[in-house]
Design a protein around this ligand. Structure first.
Ligand code: ZN
Length: 256
């Protein structure tokens, strides 16, 4: 029941979902929480891939890299009729990943490359679980031809914005801090993933906790204590009842 109440909290957020109603529910001029996508591995045309942005004083911090995140961010930027300057994609320079599941990472090449193509002139700083560095190296290798073409062809491109500085999160607690945000990591139970993280963010006026993908967890309850907003994954009981026994056991071990 507790987690059903949490799902209701999502209604209080600034929600961007494809062509669905867009409305600013925020009560803060300092901190904006933007759900860039709330989908799962099913390729629903109504839900973009799992990703969100916390924008503090117009500085964006992305959490999770589901497919479509860059276009969803761009849709809220002034260039495409939105009003959040921080979501002009070239401004995306900090990103945090909860875990390595593909529905949280297939937007990663887009996150690395498109903001650079649009003018980002600093390396992307990425914080995530063990394995994110290896994934990053593979992505950059896969796009080596493209990066070289843009750098040494006729297109103007800087030689910095495609680069990625990876920081692997190895333990719970504070792992990132600047003048806008403080980021803490905590472990969540997500099947047998060895490193699945939830995050607690503290901005000048909000505390926002992100569950990532997780089965019900005492650790989340502890880290969400006192938070203004908890963004928690959830599946419906009605849908669960229609699943096969093997899918039921999967969901019970991985999700809430
Ligand atoms: Zn997952």
């Amino acid at each position: 029941m507790k987690f059903k109440q949490i799902a209701v909290l999502l209604c209080a957020l600034l929600i961007q979902q494809g062509t669905y109603a867009q409305r600013d529910f925020s009560d803060s001029e300092v901190t904006k929480l933007v759900l860039l996508g709330t989908g799962n591995p099913n390729p629903s045309p109504e839900q973009s891939g799992c990703a969100l942005a916390i924008v503090v004083n117009d500085v964006p911090y992305v959490v999770d890299f589901g497919p479509g995140l860059i276009r969803m961010a761009a849709a809220l930027s002034p260039r495409y009729g939105g009003n959040i300057e921080g979501l002009d994609v070239k401004n995306i320079k900090r990103a945090f990943l909860t875990h390595l599941h593909s529905d949280h990472t297939t937007g990663y090449p887009d996150l690395i490359l498109t903001p650079w193509v649009m003018g980002r002139d600093e390396p992307l700083e990425v914080y995530g679980p063990t394995g994110i560095k290896e994934m990053t190296d593979h992505i950059l290798e896969a796009y080596r031809e493209d990066i070289g073409y843009r750098l040494y062809g006729t297109e103007p491109a800087n030689d910095v914005g495609w680069r990625v500085n990876c920081h692997e999160i190895l333990k719970e607690g504070l792992f990132y801090q600047d003048e806008h945000i403080k980021a803490e990591a905590f472990r969540v139970p997500h099947g047998t993933w060895p490193n699945a993280w939830g995050f607690r963010f503290t901005t000048p006026d909000k505390v926002i906790v992100i569950s990532g993908d997780s089965a019900p967890s005492e650790n989340i309850i502890e880290y969400a204590s006192g938070a203004d907003i908890l963004v928690h994954e959830v599946y419906s009981a009605a849908g669960y009842e229609k699943k096969s026994e093997s899918w039921k056991s999967y969901h019970a071990a991985h999700h809430t």
